[in-house]
Design a protein around this ligand. Structure first.
Ligand code: C5P
Length: 289
């Protein structure tokens, strides 16, 4: 499962075309044998505040391994992914650099004030990393953007995104159906005794909703254009997007969903850490999620 069917006109770009583009690249097609290489940005520049740690969240250890190492290792399980840019909090840059020291396929850059700007910093580094590794990025090069906080994402969820990109979709996001009923609310108020309340103003049809995850995947040209526009918007208005797919939607381009995984949960709270640690102990359960 996990593949979305697209016709020749569905995603606007066919596999044969992608292959031809890479055949013209500088040695990359021959280096890999056939497939176009994939690059990734792993965002790890967030703080650990909500997790209750006085350190960057990505440096928190889960069963002895930091979240960022788990996320990067998870991506390196797929041989298609040849280079990874990790975004780190500026004040902890050297900690992250020493973690990945000695691996030429990984480079660490300082993140931005919001996730969107961290991703932007990571994206602009991809052509530099690619050149250093002997590749050249083209318009259709698949680029994945993954949250270090989703460090348990299974290979299947990642490879589905890559396959859909190679099948010609330019923007692909893993997602899951929403299980809780969802309400729309007005602004917050309080009862006479100070209980915080929100008035319900509507309900959305749950069957039409999806909760999105990472890695989100894009063709290089599409995501760079979306982020260039997003960076300009953020500078002018202070408004940012919490996921990269939203920036592509704002350009009026199609975004497609693949099947996500419950294992791709974002580790945000202490409860998430407990659940993640428990999941690590249950191989058979993990396989079904
Ligand atoms: O804050 P949130 O949980 O939404 O962050 C999602 C991911 O984005 C995390 O992996 C976090 O490290 C990263 N992030 C970042 N730069 C920021 C804020 C968050 O790379 N300024």
């Amino acid at each position: 499962m996990g593949r979305i069917e697209v016709g020749a006109s569905g995603c606007g770009c066919e596999r044969a075309l992608v292959a031809r583009v890479w055949a013209r690249g500088v040695g990359c097609a021959s280096k890999l044998g056939l497939m176009d290489p994939v690059f990734a940005v792993v965002t790890a520049a967030g703080s650990g505040t909500r997790l209750g740690y006085d350190m960057p969240k990505a440096l928190v250890e889960l069963d002895g391994v930091t979240l960022v190492q788990r996320a990067v290792r998870g991506m390196q399980q797929l041989s298609d992914i040849v280079g990874i840019v990790v975004t780190a909090p500026a004040q902890a840059l050297s900690d992250f650099e020493s973690i990945f020291e000695g691996d030429p396929a990984i480079t660490v850059v300082p993140g931005g004030s919001v996730r969107q700007m961290s991703v932007y910093n990571g994206l602009v580094e991809i052509p530099v990393l690619a050149r250093r590794l002997g590749y050249e990025v083209t318009g259709s090069t698949p680029v994945l953007i993954h949250d270090a906080a989703r460090c348990l994402t299974p290979q299947r969820a990642i490879s589905d995104v890559i396959s859909a990109l190679r099948d010609g979709c330019k923007a692909v996001i893993p997602a899951l159906a929403v299980t809780d009923t969802q309400k729309i609310v007005a602004s917050k108020s309080a009862t006479s005794s100070g209980i915080e309340i929100e008035k319900v103003t509507g309900q959305v049809d749950r069957s039409e909703l999806r909760a999105v995850q990472t890695p989100q995947g894009f063709h290089w040209e599409t995501i760079m254009k979306a982020h260039d526009l997003g960076a300009r918007r953020f500078k002018d208005t202070g408004v940012d997007a919490t996921d990269d797919g939203a920036l592509v939607e704002q350009m009026g381009q199609d975004v497609f969903l693949t099947k996500g995984s419950q294992m791709s949960m974002k580790i945000t709270t202490k409860l998430d850490m407990v659940i993640a640690a428990e999941l690590l102990r249950h191989d058979s359960l993990r396989a079904d999620l």
